[in-house]
Design a protein around this ligand. Structure first.
Ligand SMILES: NC(=O)C1=CN([C@@H]2O[C@H](COP(=O)(O)OP(=O)(O)OC[C@H]3O[C@@H](n4cnc5c(N)ncnc54)[C@H](O)[C@@H]3O)[C@@H](O)[C@H]2O)C=CC1
Ligand SMILES: O=C(O)/C=C/C=C(\O)C(=O)O
Length: 503
């Protein structure tokens, strides 16, 4: 199906010939009152997808007020069973409208259908289903305090929703990462105001239709579009009616949001940037290590915070690994989302490509050997106007090179040899980030030993992006604050109080 045909399949908010986005406030689609908007352009060919309204303080106020009213009213009055039934219905409706969500996500991001239909959209549904199941089965602690003389007191924990949660989400996995926060927030009984990334407004808007269709009360799920600083993002995170802020995105943005959250001492949950290492030992299954590293470096055009940008390979297999990764990268097919042969789409925007290209230039200035890529590829027809970029591999950089230390967020990686396990661990940990690592070895003892020493939130062994949604997920060091996933999400999305009863 062509992108033009996809435009016609979708019915978003204020429907029209173009796919204009809309705020979704108190169960209604609206263009808001600021009169400001921006163009949403396709990263495939720079064509106009539609316009996106920019929300201001009035829209944020209206959304937070609606969210609070829903908490005080119909949403707060539901039993856990009624609430989780509604969230299961949300999951089912996302699945019913799979093609609409797929079209919207691929319009905004240009990512291949093959990727979005296996990862982004199913996870959008699973994030509601899994947390609905989780909250039906939670218990809290109980302690009997023995005071002596036959007296005692019973203590038990109670979990209450935190209140109105601000969700600030990025553009790389828009539906997946937004619902990863909205799912547990609603399952725990909160209401949300979402500020999606300005690059990818469509799936958050479309989810509003799903909420209305299945009967989620108005005000429970709100969306206000806008930018970050001095716009909807900042206004939302500063709003005194917001009780907690959850954010996925760049570390420096996390710092800004943390300052905003300090007003009124609101709690934050952050999943931030990374500069993730892969350690490839000579005793690995080389086929699996090459295939896994190809995915971890290049999937989603390298726009995955868990992706690998630093690869350390034991010297005895270094040349073979570099040659095989190069061959794999050169075999990746760039193309349109709907083409089943496509492996890689474009980057999300021209601006982001400018940023990634600046690192491609910097790598050469810093003395890298270019193994492959490093350029803008020739694309046919109107695709020549898109944000395309070639998958790129470097070797030969010094450990203190900026390209080896700064998050680039593009389809690129640097490969460096190592001689000992100790050296590999030291190199992997020599970063202020601590999100993810991948270890490739068939030596079980080494796998456990090295994994235990990785200063990260998640360490994959002989795998990558294998996600069990019940597990703790988040970043160490400058890669985040807190953990979400399964029961861990309750720590942020609920307030735990202790009841102490003198018996
Ligand atoms: N998952 C990740 O780790 C991601 C990392 N990035 C990295 O971040 C770089 C910049 O990309 P951006 O889209 O600009 O990411 P960003 O981190 O600046 O923005 C993410 C979200 O935060 C919002 N935001 C920005 N400033 C804000 C503020 N002061 N208050 C409240 N909200 C604010 C944005 O509007 C957007 O919704 C990329 O080049 C990439 O390197 C980008 C997207 C995701
Ligand atoms: O929750 C997941 O499975 C994936 C998370 C990925 C990111 O947080 C990211 O790429 O930003």
């Amino acid at each position: 199906m062509s992108v033009q045909a996809l435009h016609k399949t979708m019915q978003i908010g204020l429907d029209g010939a173009r796919r204009d986005a809309a705020h979704f406030i108190n169960g209604e689609f609206t263009q808001g009152t600021t009169g400001k908007s921006w163009e949403n352009r396709s990263p495939l060919d720079n064509s106009l997808i539609g316009r996106v309204p920019e929300g201001g303080r009035a829209e944020i106020d209206a959304a937070v007020t609606a969210a609070q009213a829903a908490l005080d009213g119909p949403w707060g009055a539901l039993t856990v069973g009624q609430r989780t039934d509604l969230l299961a219905a949300v999951a089912d409706e996302i699945t019913n409208r799979f093609d609409d969500f797929l079209a919207a996500e691929c319009l905004d991001t240009g990512k291949p259908y093959g990727l979005a239909s296996h990862i982004d959209i199913p996870r959008g549904a699973a994030n509601f289903k899994m947390f609905a199941d989780t909250v039906k089965n939670i218990s809290t602690e109980t302690f009997l305090l023995e005071q002596g003389g036959g007296r005692s007191a019973l203590n038990y924990g109670l979990r209450r929703p935190k209140g109105v949660i601000a969700v600030i989400s990025p553009w790389n996995l828009p539906l997946l990462l937004m619902t990863w926060k909205v799912g547990p927030a609603l399952a725990c009984g909160n209401t949300v105001v979402v500020k999606p990334s300005e690059e990818t407004p469509l799936t958050a808007t479309l989810l509003g239709e799903v909420m209305n269709k299945v009967g989620v009360p108005r005000g429970v799920y709100n969306v206000v579009h806008g930018l970050g600083p001095q716009s909807a993002g900042e206004f939302l995170t500063q709003h005194p009616g917001v009780n907690g802020i959850t954010f996925t995105g760049e570390t420096r943005t996390g710092e800004a949001i943390m300052r905003q959250a300090a007003l009124g001492v609101r709690q934050v949950s952050f999943e931030l940037g990374g500069k993730n290492p892969a350690l490839v030992f000579a005793d690995c299954d080389l086929d699996a290590a090459v295939e896994g590293t190809l995915r971890s470096a290049f999937s989603n055009c390298g726009q995955v915070c868990l992706g690998t940008e630093r690869i350390y390979v034991e010297r005895t297999i270094f040349d073979a690994f570099v040659a095989r990764l190069k061959a794999g990268a050169e075999a990746l097919k760039l193309g349109r989302p709907e083409d089943p042969a496509t492996n890689l789409g474009p980057l999300v925007s021209q601006d982001h490509r400018d940023k990634v290209l600046s690192y491609y230039r910097l790598a050469l200035e810093e003395g890298a050997t270019l193994v492959t890529g490093g350029r803008v590829p020739d694309m046919p027809g109107e695709l020549a106007n898109g944000a395309w970029i070639a998958p790129t591999i470097w070797t030969g950089l010094k450990d203190d090179a900026r390209v080896v230390n700064e998050e680039i967020f593009g389809p690129c990686c640097h490969i460096r040899p190592f001689d000992t396990e100790e050296e590999a661990v030291r190199l992997a940990n020599s970063t202020p980030y601590g999100l993810a690592a991948a270890v490739w070895t068939q030596n079980l003892s080494r796998a456990h030993r090295v994994a235990a020493r990785m200063e990260v939130g998640i360490c994959w062994v002989n795998s990558w992006f294998l996600r069990d949604l019940r597990t703790a997920f988040g970043g160490a060091k400058q890669s985040g604050i807190g953990r979400e996933g399964g029961l861990h999400s309750l720590e942020f999305y609920t307030e735990l109080s202790n009841v102490c009863i003198q018996l």
